[in-house]
Write a protein that binds this ligand. Structure first.
Ligand code: AMP
Length: 216
């Protein structure tokens, strides 16, 4: 049976960083809704243009387009054994839609690591973040700098600062998270799949705690 892990937590807490590490460790596909929107934006698709208008304001892209993008992604062969979902679901409607999609895989959401940290840490992490243009590898100017300024250690592509990682937009994204995504914490707690992880620690420590929690 397939295994599905949903990473839940505020913007800037390190979901993307941990999702990439977990995907390598577990061999499951990594599905990041934010990366999918950014890829569409880079390829100038209609979806990308639509998403940009919401992303620039720090708001959520409407549920219908987001859900159908994830449905398409989950139908690809690399998801047959499961996936790590990073940034999706972000609303109760998305969580319901995901549950229905996964019945098609005879699967369900198995684990939901809920990664948290205080607001000042989130703002500092997101606003110092540098992202790789090619594959979305994540760096931080202070906590995890690349070996060469502006260049991804892994694939050599350019690093850029996301428009929505500016301090004002990060604060707006945190507010949107509190209003629209926080209800999912209770939703998954009720289902008995929520695992709380302290995201304020260094990357390696968070990974260690995450893997230990998943092994249990
Ligand atoms: P992220 O890379 O996860 O921080 O997402 C960046 C932006 O993409 C968000 O601020 C939203 O505008 C949009 N986005 C990503 N995932 C979702 C989602 N599940 N639902 C709606 N909008 C999303």
């Amino acid at each position: 049976m397939a295994t599905f892990i949903v990473l839940l937590g505020p913007p800037g807490v390190g979901k993307g960083t941990q999702a990439k590490i977990l995907a390598e460790t577990t061999n499951l596909a990594h599905i990041s809704s934010g990366d999918l929107f950014r890829e569409n934006l880079k390829n100038q698709t209609e979806l990308g243009k639509l998403a940009k208008s919401y992303m620039d304001k720090g708001e959520l892209v409407p549920d219908d387009v987001t859900i159908s993008m994830i449905r398409d992604r989950l139908s690809r062969a690399d998801c047959e054994t499961g996936a790590i979902l990073d940034g999706f679901p972000r609303t109760p409607a998305q969580a319901d839609a995901l549950e229905k999609m996964l019945t098609g895989f005879k699967g369900k959401v198995d684990y939901v690591p809920f990664i948290t940290a205080a607001k000042d840490i989130l703002v500092e992490r997101a606003s110092g973040r540098w992202t790789c243009r090619e594959q979305g590898h994540i760096y931080h100017q202070k906590f995890n700098p690349p070996q060469k300024v502006g260049i991804c250690d892994i694939d050599g592509s350019e690093l850029y600062q996301r428009d929505d990682d500016k301090v004002e937009t990060v604060s707006k994204r945190i507010k949107v998270y509190l209003d629209q995504t926080m209800p999912l914490v209770e939703y998954y707690r009720q289902k008995g799949v929520l695992v709380e992880i302290d995201g304020s620690q260094p990357v390696d420590q968070v990974t260690e705690n995450l893997l230990a929690a998943l092994k249990k």
